[in-house]
Ligand binder design. Sequence first.
Ligand code: FAD
Length: 510
Amino acid sequence: MPSHTVVPGRSGNAIRHVMIVGGGTAGWMAAAALARLTGNGVTHVTVVESEAIGTVGVGEATIPPIASFNAMLGIDETDFMRSTHSSFKLGIEFVDWGRQGDRYMHPFGPFGVDMEGVKFHHYWRMAHAGGAPEPLGDYSLCIAAARRNRMALPSNDPQTVLSSLKHAYHFDAGLYAAYLRHHAERNGIVGIEGRIVDVALRGDDGFVEAIRLDDGRRIEADLFVDCSGFRGLIIEQALKAGYEDWSHWLPCDRALAVPSASVGPLTPYTRATADRAGWRWRIPLQHRTGNGYVYSSRHISDDGARDALLAGLDGEPLAEPRALRFSTGRRKQQWVKNCVSLGLSSGFLEPLESTSIHLIQSGISKLLALFPDRSFDPLMIAEYNRLSQTQFEQIRDFIILHYKATQRDDTLFWNQVRTMDIPETLSRKIELFRSSGRVFRYDDELFSEASWTAVMLGQGVMPGTWDPLVDAINPHALARKLAGLRNIIACTAEAMPTHEAFIARYCAAG
Ligand code: FAD
């Protein structure tokens, strides 16, 4: 046992040293957020990373809550976007998912306006059944702007349609980690370079005591935050948390990533194009485009995936494609004893809805909300694990929906995912929506009713009917209201500057 000097603190039992293991996106996000702990004069935080091992560094597309993470750190949006070569993201365009030739958008903002406590899409459904041909997307400002390559900042006035604009970012993940590192170090976080070769556990209770580096240094800490990537250096290799494998639902297990030269207009959305044995991403940044093919190695060879990826690029490739392997799933216990895992070490759902960086952010918020002292109350640990399990499973279901709700039968891959058994939680959601358009959010679920609606309708799950409360509205009055909404959304989008012009004015890099 190390000798513990009792220091003044809430109970004299405060955490004195937090060691973050890993300096990828997860490690530096955690460091930047935990820097605030150092203000108590007791706790210090270090980050250990190994340049020789490197980082995954391909997380480039995000979802809107990242803006609140940056704001919590006091980061200015313009400065951050300039430094990370960011572009704006208003949603994701899905190509060829429901059927080949289909195209739909999952926007970040809502559809239309809810009326009389009823979700807007029920009114749309009734009008649609009456012959109105306009797609639900015509009632989303995010979609209207994205389709026109336009961008503006949202308004704070809830009375205006501009308040329905919600955005996230596409950024260079390496630059984001460097940006956060700078921020964290300015706030007292210490970075240590070295490869961890051993993890020492305490003999009496199996808690992590120290790590040993390849140069022989031994460093002790009270709390370890495992951000070591897929290997799960502490949480799995030392503490054997166990992994719940979800590859029977999410069979993609490899990816190839390649940057390409920017061509054409700078689109304010990510594109996800379904392919023979998975899907390809396209993420436009200010200085280049990020591309990748996420695929199932049982359904396509690496060479086949490479050819499909390169054939689908808009511009010249700027490097050789980089290969990544993974198993979709989650660590069974994401917090074990005195180790909390964040990022890829805690699990990985594939990048289809850009949720990994969000899961890091959400793990950090939970850790701060349940920040322990050296007694490591098992109730706090259990609560953390319960909350993370719920969140991972909810996001898992949303991602599986994209595969399950397809009508494609052109390859073995699509036949497999179309006909697979799915979690009961998801089949209940699909059936409820199919029968009556109802969708409910449980336990602070990440994806909103609008998100579920966008993907279900986009992939051909059409509600059989609508909320009966909608029947009270006069169909002519509804038609007039809908036409007015479409008009104001289209006019507002038309009046916005192009995404490119907006970035040039607001946050142009270098
Ligand atoms: P890593 O980047 O792997 O970092 C691990 C760190 O641990 C490194 O610093 C490494 O040096 C260190 N380390 C490991 N072992 C040792 C050791 N023995 N000694 C010392 N240091 C060690 N997320 C999104 O939100 N949006 C996306 O669009 C997106 N796209 C993705 C596409 C693909 C194909 C993949 C695989 C992931 C994607 N992600 C995406 C996820 C995203 O990349 C990760 O969530 C994010 O990069 C965090 O990674 P990490 O920091 O957990 O791990």
